[in-house]
Design a protein around this ligand. Structure first.
Ligand SMILES: [Zn+2]
Ligand SMILES: [Zn+2]
Length: 213
């Protein structure tokens, strides 16, 4: 599988725009591309997609982690160029998208052969768990329910290899012991602490990051 960060507060590739928010594209062999979150601004999202050679009309599934505007702001722009994608939202998120297939997620649900939503935690946010050859990769939006809670829920699906996404104010660092990959993005407040505590596992995040597992 491959995950590409399309939208982030930071960029690690020339020619991409930054913006407060998060969006990533997940490509697996068995399913059409999946967009996880849409950033805050549709124009920036579509611009970065073009720069990265991503065709938004090919996206088959859009997963919204939670209702905050820095994750949902680009949704309408994507839906203008993509008429068929199935949209997964946490059940607490109210969406009115006539003519669209919207799935409201409460409990853990399988989205494709290898991609799962771990379900809505604390009535607010869902994260993804992707089965890879190395173990489970967890993908988070802001981690408002807590990184510990998210990892606990995802670990029911198997051994966790790593985590990528926004960690918000998470600083219970020992919970990450044993992970092989730690990629703090977007709203993570303790990025530099994570980098110094986990120098081997840490991966710098930013728009343009491409990770293959
Ligand atoms: Zn956020
Ligand atoms: Zn948020």
């Amino acid at each position: 599988m491959k995950i590409t960060v399309v939208y982030d507060n930071c960029s690690i590739k020339q020619g991409l725009k930054t913006g407060w928010g998060f969006s990533s594209l997940i490509e697996t062999e068995d399913a059409p591309p999946l967009l996880f979150d849409t950033g805050a601004d549709g124009a920036t999202l579509l611009y970065n997609m073009k720069q990265l050679g991503i065709d938004p009309s090919r996206i088959g599934v859009i997963v919204i982690s939670h209702h905050h505007g820095d994750h949902t702001g680009g949704l309408s722009a994507i839906l203008e160029v993509n008429t068929h994608a199935v949209i997964y939202v946490p059940s607490s998120t109210v969406v009115r998208l006539p003519g669209r297939k919207v799935i409201q997620v409460s409990r853990s649900v399988q989205i494709s052969e290898t991609v799962f939503s771990i379900g809505e935690l604390k009535n607010m946010e869902q994260s993804l768990a992707i089965k890879t050859v190395k173990g489970i990769l967890v993908v988070t939006g802001c981690s408002h329910p807590g990184v510990r809670e998210i990892l606990d829920a995802a670990s029911r699906l198997g051994q966790i290899y790593g985590i990528i996404g926004g960690f918000h104010g998470f600083h219970d660092f020992s919970r990450l012991d044993g992970l092989s990959l730690i990629c703090p993005c977007h709203c993570t407040q303790y990025k530099s602490e994570l980098e110094s505590l986990f120098p081997e596992q840490h991966l710098e995040c930013g728009a343009g990051l491409e990770l293959e597992l």
